[in-house]
Design a binder for this molecule. Sequence first.
Ligand code: 1GP
Length: 246
Amino acid sequence: MKVKDYIHERVEGGTMHMTLLDPAKQSPERAAEMASVAEGMGTDAIMVGGSTGVTQENLDATIVAIKRKVKVPVIYFPSGAHAISPYADALYFMSMLNSAALENVILQQVAAAPIVKRFGVEPLSMGYIVVEPGMKVGEVGKAKPIPRSEPGTAAAFALAAEYLGMGLVYLEAGSGAPQAVPEEMISLCKRTISIPLIVGGGIRDAETAARVRKAGADIVVTGTVVEDSDLGEDLRRLIQAAKGTS
Ligand code: 1GP
């Protein structure tokens, strides 16, 4: 089954949770262990990526190790065309819509497209929208983050993504953000678009995950909390709260 169809099927049945692992932050074996524990707790897919420090070597090794241990799809979440893995089940073929740098809007994608085709990795078209504070990805991506007080601006970006033919929208507060994307912004985007809505950045506990889900996220992404966790009951509670199965 294509990863696109898997996502559509899952979001029909309720909110998904995806676990983000940065290949630069731990060994491939440790990443595979974390992915396997998260899968056992109900995570629906593993995303692999990071804003800095991702190399072809650590990316490939991490994806290969994870794929040996889990059955859920492994999706590459790229920061550019410098590293693309043939081992991922899919990759987000994404444009940072509110970047001031043409590189991040379209030029990296032009560089990557022929490689993705040659590797035969499934591209998942996605409009990436950075919301304040944006953190590292906002900085590296030269984003003009959407002010937290402007849900209408975020919704207009999200609708533009849908009208451009993109299959997913990702509202990103930035990894490690002190606060998640505001609920009002999530719910307005959800009401405005008809493609699945991904929300990530700053979701560290079950309560926040539940709020993000109830506001309208179709897919809740957590990264830092998994890296920092002892892979125990708090993580299970968070994943279940994100999915509404707790
Ligand atoms: C970053 O949205 C993801 O791209 C995850 O953010 O690390 O804060 O969970 P966190």
